[in-house]
Ligand binder design. Structure first.
Ligand code: CP
Ligand code: NVA
Length: 306
């Protein structure tokens, strides 16, 4: 497989299935220390929302490749004072080798990528979180030894995580069920895209029935009920989302070898109980670690041979 030299990653669907599998294999090799790469490149992080894992794992991944990182906090750049995105994009393009962006609207990310010739990576938008799902797939593959045929059930808000999980599962031959309250279903265009990728060979379903979704599930996944930017709605959402809480009763109904994932940060005893996140099925710390390995693979692949 060719590298991803010079490419953007705005959506998980920007990768072919071969490229996705190549990244997961490369991340595995990097994790076991088999591949060493030396680069002297500069990664910019332009994050308009808070981040712990993505910020630190991208930074460490780049340092391990021999590169440098500049944290372009919008509050201390001209971005927060209203400099047009298209101007910022063309200027940063002249300084940096690659840029990871965390923002609200997917269309702003696409505009930025359009004006910046350097590769742009989606570090989370309201629509997608592809880097997180690369780490999730790596974690599932480590545990089950395969992705094909494994069933993942997601409970909670039909948000960026639900959207990217549908794409990632469909692309890798996993079955995916998204269980959400009726008014919080995932983006219908992404549901359709994932179903088209699965092409009837695997399950991509959306339901408001949590009990039906968990049956035989091997991976139980959840995320916050109100994402960054939706904090004002957080309290009023609680009663609507309670039937989708990942608790011991729900986990009991899954496959007997099921594991539990959460992209973090978690709100204990809201979307997931303390007992489950701290319990024997939880793989959330391995999952968080894998962010660093998949992003190192992504950076190495995109910057290769420059
Ligand atoms: N999972 C994730 O993206 O975490 P951060 O918001 O801390 O980066
Ligand atoms: N859905 C969450 C994911 C955080 C990693 C958010 O967008 O805030």
């Amino acid at each position: 497989m060719d590298s991803l030299k010079g490419r953007d990653l705005l959506s998980l669907a920007d990768l072919s299935i071969d490229e996705l599998n190549y990244l997961l294999d490369l991340a595995g090799s990097l994790k076991s220390g088999m591949v060493k790469l030396k680069r002297n490149k500069v990664l910019g992080l332009l994050f308009s929302k808070a981040s712990t894992r993505t910020r630190v794992s991208f930074t460490v991944a780049m340092y391990k490749l021999g590169g440098q990182v500049i944290d372009l906090n919008p509050n201390v750049t001209q971005v927060s004072r209203g400099e047009p995105l298209v101007d910022t994009a063309r200027v940063l393009d002249r300084y940096l080798d690659i840029l990871a962006i965390r923002t609200f609207e997917q269309k702003d990310l696409a505009t930025f990528a359009n004006y910046a010739k350097i590769p742009v990576i989606n570090a989370l938008t309201d629509d997608e979180h592809p880097c997180q799902v690369l780490a999730d797939l790596m974690t599932v593959k480590e545990y089950f030894g395969k992705l094909e045929g494994v069933t993942l059930a997601y409970f909670g808000d039909g948000n960026n995580m639900a959207n990217s999980l549908m794409l990632g599962c469909a692309m890798t031959g996993m079955n995916v069920r998204i269980a959400c309250p009726q008014d919080f279903m995932p983006n219908p265009e992404i549901v359709e895209k994932a179903q088209a990728i699965a092409n009837g060979n695997t399950e991509v379903t959306v339901t408001a029935d949590a009990t039906a979704a968990v049956k035989n599930a091997q991976v139980i996944y959840t995320d916050v009920w109100a994402s960054m930017g939706q904090e004002e709605e957080a309290k009023s959402r609680i009663p609507l989302f309670e039937p989708f809480q990942v608790n011991e009763q729900l986990v009991e109904l899954a496959d007997k070898n099921a594991i539990v994932l959460h992209c973090l940060p978690a709100h204990r005893d809201e979307e997931i109980t303390d007992a489950v996140i701290e319990g024997s099925r939880s793989r959330v710390w391995d999952q968080a670690e894998n962010r660093m390995h998949v992003q190192q693979a992504l950076l190495a692949s995109i910057l290769e041979s420059d």
